[in-house]
Design a protein around this ligand. Sequence first.
Ligand code: PLP
Length: 359
Amino acid sequence: MTDPIEEQPGGIIQRYRTRLPVPVGARLIHINEGATPLVHLPFMSDVSRNIRVYAKCEGLNPTGSFKDRGMTVAMTMAVHENSRAVICASTGNTSASAAAYAARAGVMAFVVIPDGKIALGKLAQAMMHGAKVIQIDGDFDAAMEMVKRIPEEADVTLVNSVNPYRLHGQKTAAFEIIDQLGRAPDYHFLPVGNAGNISAYWMGYGEYADSGLSDTKPRMIGCQAAGAAPFISGHPIEEPETIATAIRIGNPQSWELAQAAVDESRGCFKSSTDNEILKSQKSLADRSGIFCEPASAVSVAGLQVDMTGGRIPDDSLVVCTLTGHGLKDPNVAIQQSPDPFRLSDRSGELRSFILDAIG
Ligand SMILES: *Cc1c(COP(=O)(O)O)cnc(C)c1O
């Protein structure tokens, strides 16, 4: 008997089946991820110079970040290979995604996270989905070094982006963008932490171009936080620090692939300060209605500098990936916003507050 849930259409594996290394007959572990909106950003665009800017809103995936695209493929393959447990190091979103897809698959998930530096929403997700959460006294890079050794010692599948199936899943975001725009963008700005995602997008753009589905490929612009910018330094850095915890990484695991993506596309790496990142996060929220987490806003912060500096040519089509949802990190959002206006229960006071505010 077929399971009607499993037969439900959706999910990137079903839609891009022929472009993914998932064998026929494999049980698909999916939660209808992908097919995220590409939203026009008028406040970043420039009508007079015909520069159009779009946001690929990856926060609208099932667990609120792009990690689900990779996780559906990694988890499907882990189950296909009879793995009964998965493990990852995480700044938060990988653990949320691994926990959810493991729950779906009925396998155990171990998630190793840095002590204290994980956004509240992400921790809540890992816990609710029933993962075994392990906090270490160290940062993401230390967690990564620990978990990498485990698959040699125990029958557990590593689902960080060094798992090649992750990148195959994540490359589908590039397919979707070309499908949505009818062509590849000229520039693609995206946040870079462990550097898997920029590598995955470049793979996706390359595959569509090779298949004749796109005539061009974008310049890849890798955006880092100034306090965690190993690609700007040219070497891994100790003690990365940024408010954008999802990209608080000093020793990216996909260094060579990401460097190749930038070099081959004639793009570049750039960095933004935490202040610039927060400003972009706020602009996206209060000028465009899109609430992304701080790490996601680094792509728009990077573009902002290039727009102001006149470095984006006329008639350009630009995409910024917004990697995760703003609700992931409520603390940072509340800290940068004014306190609510306190009102005693007299309606006269409310009326004058409103009349003052609307001028
Ligand atoms: C994982 C993550 C990143 C960084 O992606 P990499 O593939 O590690 O470079 C950026 N933003 C968010 C919200 C993430 O969860």
